[in-house]
Write a protein that binds this ligand. Structure first.
Ligand SMILES: Cc1cc2nc3c(=O)[nH]c(=O)nc-3n(C[C@H](O)[C@H](O)[C@H](O)COP(=O)(O)OP(=O)(O)OC[C@H]3O[C@@H](n4cnc5c(N)ncnc54)[C@H](O)[C@@H]3O)c2cc1C
Length: 559
């Protein structure tokens, strides 16, 4: 019998940070991941990680205010206070573990400016910060000898008497189904970027954990809050880091004007992401773009700076667009990047289901509200990953393993898989359905939204579900059956699509990333509250929760 005090689903930054923390507290910990840990999407994070260090003349309360304002006042301020006040210690401990952050001229940890913030407080490793941190955490994980179920795919959460007590999972190398029993399970499964086409996210980012928790009865919160990043590469949608604008790059329209002057005269290119994305999209929509794009100009930054600090996007420009960013402006457009919503959880990662925790991008604590500040997500993963790991380890010490019928759990999971494999080969392929779904949701749930667009998306989801039920898995084997895995992922994506669409229709105002042409104003009287979706036997149930305000009353938001 496979069993662990703390079972962590996901080996990105949130999962690995949680694992290291739970191990420190003496728990028997395991991590399960559908890919090798360092292939998790956290690896792709470019620009950096925020913290206000007092000895740098910064103050965590300023970071907290910038985060509250960035969220368009939807984030819970008590959670933001925890994240921002603990950020400094987490950065220093990452440094002590071995992350080689860039230095300033004096040899101290260096910072760069990032959007929506009054001070330069983003710590970075060139423009591959995620990779640098992820590899250091992986070293810690290996040193701790925490068990890693590598290339295992979670099929379901096991809920017994309302408590989460493990998972069913398929070992991809053999196709065998297992139950892993656990006193506590922490979901660290990342976002749902690939529900949209294009997206800056890796192909593995398919919302599995949100869908698993949703199916198990945990509410998803703020799911309408989808972040479109202002600068994604024409065509492929690959991310061009905000670090470029942090280093001083300009946004230009077809006449060569720095159009941000009109939209955010003070912060210009470094206004918060929702504001810059709306500006870029408006330029494109009103005919001042070039071929569906605007331009990001790095030329004046000079070859030396670009090669030292923006090396990743230098190669991205060359490899994905055939341009030399030292000599040419980059054609970019706003593109899907991040989900602020997720499994509703608290500052220790606890969800509404006892024994089930969630942290990282799959969770909604909520610290990002309507719009996440760049470089606050890596911070979210390490602060709340650590807290969830500690909490789950302590709780597990007081618990016994729950008894349940393991054989019937395995049988049920096996039967569900067999049903998919037994379909004949006349149905559709998952890939076509997934692409069509991504294009449709990008069309109706992009930078600007309307009631009619979202309603038509809701209707088309019924069609997509029917197509999904008709998908055939042509590989009938058991060993590394990616055909089967990708089909299962599509099922998870459809659940997330449902929650996103319903939440979007529900919120009848514009706030943060949820910008509605039919309700263009923020409406604090009626909508200063969270939208939650819970799966019930009668269908999805929409409810609300108040926003926690501590120090910062909502104000008009200007940059
Ligand atoms: C291109 C890009 C650049 C970014 N740059 C920055 C930045 O500079 N600063 C910043 O703050 N944020 C940035 N972000 C956002 C940030 O990187 C992510 O929000 C964060 O890394 C998510 O970490 P995570 O640990 O929650 O999830 P992930 O790193 O996505 O990890 C998810 C894990 O879950 C596992 N998993 C998922 N489903 C299953 C399943 N069914 N069974 C088993 N395992 C499963 C996966 O194998 C993986 O290990 C960026 C994002 C992207 C896409």
């Amino acid at each position: 019998m496979l069993e662990h005090d703390v079972l962590i689903v996901g080996a990105g930054l949130a999962g690995m940070r949680a694992a290291v923390a739970a191990h420190e507290r003496g728990a028997n910990v395991a991590v399960i991941s559908k890919v090798h840990p360092v292939r998790s999407h956290s690896n792709a994070a470019q620009g950096g990680i925020n913290a206000a260090l007092t000895d740098r003349g910064d103050d965590w309360t300023d970071h907290a205010f910038d985060t509250v304002k960035g969220s368009d006042y939807l984030a819970d301020q008590d959670a933001i206070e925890v994240m921002c006040s603990e950020a400094g210690d987490d950065i220093i401990s990452l440094e002590h573990m071995g992350v080689i952050f860039n230095r300033d001229e004096k040899g101290h940890l260096g910072t760069r400016a990032f959007g929506g913030q009054q001070k330069a407080r983003t710590f970075f490793v060139a423009d591959f910060t995620g990779q640098a941190i992820l590899h250091v955490l992986y070293e810690q994980l290996m040193e701790s000898k925490v068990k890693v179920y590598e290339e295992w795919f979670v099929l379901s959460l096991i809920i017994e008497d309302g408590e989460c007590c493990g998972v069913t999972a398929i070992e991809m190398a053999t196709g065998r189904v297992y139950v892993i029993r656990a006193k506590t399970v922490i979901m660290c499964t990342g976002g749902v970027g690939r529900l949209f086409e294009p997206s800056t996210n890796g192909l593995i980012v398919t919302g599995d954990g949100m869908a698993l928790a949703y199916r198990a009865g945990a509410p998803l919160m703020d799911m309408e809050m989808i972040q479109y990043h202002p600068t994604t590469l024409k065509g492929s949608g690959v991310l061009i880091t905000e670090g470029a604008r942090g280093e001083g790059a300009y946004l230009l329209n077809k006449s060569g004007d720095r159009f941000m002057e009109k939209y955010a005269p003070n912060m210009m290119e470094l206004a918060s992401r929702d504001v810059v994305s709306r500006a870029g999209q408006t330029e494109i929509n009103e005919g001042r773009g070039i071929d569906g794009c605007v331009l990001l100009d790095c030329r004046h930054l000079g070859e030396k700076l670009i090669k030292e600090r923006l090396t990743e996007i230098l190669s991205i420009g060359r490899d994905f667009a055939g341009i030399d960013i030292i000599k040419e402006p980059i054609p970019i457009r706003p593109g899907m990047h991040y989900i602020m919503g997720g499994i509703k959880s608290d500052i220790d990662g606890k969800t509404s289901i006892p024994g089930l925790y969630a942290t990282g991008e799959c969770a909604c604590v909520s610290v990002h509200g309507g719009n996440r500040l760049g470089a606050n997500s890596l911070l979210d993963t390490v602060v709340f990953g650590r807290r969830a790991g500690h909490h789950a380890a302590e709780v597990s010490k007081q618990m016994e393993y729950k008894k349940f019928d393991v054989t019937s759990q395995i049988k049920k999971a096996e039967m569900d898989l067999q049903k998919l494999l037994d379909r004949d080969n006349v149905g559709e392929r998952w890939a076509n359905v997934r692409t069509d779904l991504g294009v449709e949701i990008d069309k109706h749930f992009g930078v600007f939204r309307t009631e009619s667009g979202m309603q038509s998306l809701k209707e088309s989801l019924t069609g997509f579900k029917a197509r999904y039920d008709n998908c055939s898995v042509q590989d009938k084997g058991r060993i590394f059956n990616t055909d089967l895995i990708f089909t299962l992922e599509l099922g998870y994506m459809l659940d997330c699509a449902e929650a996103i669409t319903l939440s979007g229709i529900e919120r009848k105002e514009s706030r943060g990333a949820h910008s509605r042409i039919d309700y263009p104003q923020r409406d604090d009287d009626n909508w200063l509250k969270h939208v939650l979706v819970t799966k019930t036997a009668e269908g999805p149930l929409l409810t609300h929760l108040p926003v926690t305000i501590t120090s910062w009353e909502p104000q008009e938001r200007k940059y």
